[in-house]
Design a protein around this ligand. Structure first.
Ligand code: GLU
Length: 230
């Protein structure tokens, strides 16, 4: 089996990211599987310079060991273009109809924005600014990296059926999906850059890892087994 962690380089890792990373890492390692890292850097306007190297340094410091090279989505545009071409050829997507009068007027350049037909409500696979959507890129990359087991935060629960839909349209295998509860701050908000979640403190790695294991109701003995360097 192959698991993965797919951070977006929009800022430093926080406790919520650690929980997700631990959940997928423990799942993969306890089954003797591979664990990959993919840098989800497609949304260039949201990328923070240096965040990718900072994330990898932090993961290493916490004792994570990944298999194979780290793949960056920004290097995979040809693969996303091919997938979109296939969806287009098979008639599953349509371009945004910019001629429709909307308020405020639609500003996308005709032909840039593509939406896929989906029974629960069509969604975008390429944005008006030409950036491929998270949904499309993740599906293409999980298949390319032969990911069999996706373990990620419950905030992505609604993305999962959309991704399974795209896999079916593209003839790609569907991995097993599991979603872990979200770590919240004292106001009940999801930890994120927007809610000003503090970056992981490298000086407290043992405490933070122990806390992540407790949060996931994983036994401490498993922590010693899977993070032997601590
Ligand atoms: N890049 C996404 C995030 O940081 C995670 C994608 C995924 O696990 O499918 O929220």
């Amino acid at each position: 089996m192959t698991g993965r962690f797919a951070p977006s380089p929009t800022g430093p890792l926080h406790f919520g990211s650690l929980v997700t990373a631990v959940a997928s890492y423990v799942d993969a390692r306890s089954k003797g599987g591979c664990w990959l890292i993919r840098m989800e850097d497609l949304d260039a306007p949201r990328n923070v310079p240096g965040a990718d190297t900072d994330i990898l340094r932090t993961l290493k410091h916490f004792g994570f060991e990944w298999d194979g090279p780290v793949i960056c989505q920004s290097t995979r545009l040809d693969a996303y273009r091919e997938a979109l071409d296939r969806l287009r050829r098979d008639g599953h997507v349509y371009p945004c109809s910019c001629t429709r009068t909307t308020t405020p007027p639609c500003t996308c350049k005709t032909g840039d924005r593509w939406r896929v037909r989906y029974p629960e409500g069509d969604f975008t696979v390429r944005r008006a600014d030409g950036i491929y959507s998270y949904q499309l890129a993740v599906v293409v990359d999980d298949a390319f990296q032969q990911v069999t087991d996706v373990v990620r935060g419950a905030d992505l629960l609604e993305s999962t059926p959309r991704q399974i839909h795209l896999q079916k349209l593209l003839g790609l295998p569907t991995p097993r999906y599991r979603h872990v509860p979200l770590a919240l701050n004292e106001s009940g908000e999801k930890l994120s850059k927007q809610t000003l979640a503090p970056p992981l403190d490298l000086l407290c790695k043992q405490e933070l890892l122990a806390e992540a294991f407790r949060f996931l109701s994983l036994p401490g003995s498993q922590r010693e087994e899977i993070f032997p360097s601590l």
